[in-house]
Design a protein. Structure first.
Length: 202
């Protein structure tokens, strides 16, 4: 999926030994997403009992992966554009600017061109992000990737499930997996593999 591609780009870049920080822009409401990206000072808002560094600061000299950027509000898009243009941002409640030296990879399932035309996504931010565009076809359009993804996720989940082993699919099972339509895309494949890890079979 998108995150696997982003991680591969990171690992092949000159920043591969620096931080790789990811943020799901659809998972947080606008106010929380802003504090997550830029951080905040103690007392910046109710409940801010201590200073917190944002994802841009944590990704300094590394890579920041912004997933589902199409869900970001227009007001926050403007602040993101400012960071990309100036290389600086201000944590919430701070009067000082912080340098932001992070490469940004943005991803979305949405058609941003249509959102730009409808005024739902800033045109200037779209072109600022759209320096190198990578289109990832749905999984059913690239069945040759399924065995590679399965190997990747088996390795990943083996370490998460107390070293529990999962045998690779037989040729017959692999044919079924590659011919399936996968309407849920890579996330559905991940869930199938997690289920197999728990149940112990295909």
């Amino acid at each position: 999926g998108k995150e696997v591609v982003a991680q591969n780009l990171y690992h092949k870049s000159t920043r591969k030994n620096k931080p790789f920080i990811k943020v799901n822009c659809a998972a947080l409401p606008d106010g929380l997403l802003e504090s997550e990206l830029f951080g905040f000072e103690r007392g910046a808002f109710t409940g801010a009992e201590r200073k917190k560094r944002g994802k841009f600061a944590l990704a300094h000299q590394g890579v920041l992966f912004l997933d589902e950027i199409g869900d970001m509000s227009l007001s926050l898009q403007a602040k993101l554009l400012h960071v990309l243009q100036s290389g600086e941002f201000s944590p919430l409640g701070s009067e000082k600017d912080v340098k932001a030296d992070a490469w940004v990879i943005a991803a979305t399932n949405q058609k941003l061109e249509e959102k730009v035309a409808k005024g739902l996504f800033r045109e200037d931010l779209y072109y600022r992000l759209n320096i190198i565009k990578i289109y990832i076809p749905p999984l059913n359009k690239r069945p040759e990737d399924i065995p590679v993804l399965i190997d990747h996720f088996i390795t990943k989940y083996t370490s998460q499930f107390d070293k529990k082993k999962l045998l690779k699919p037989s040729r017959e099972d692999m044919e079924k997996l590659t011919s399936y339509s996968w309407p849920g895309n890579v996330r559905e494949l991940q869930n199938v593999l997690k289920s197999c890890m728990v149940m112990g079979n295909w």
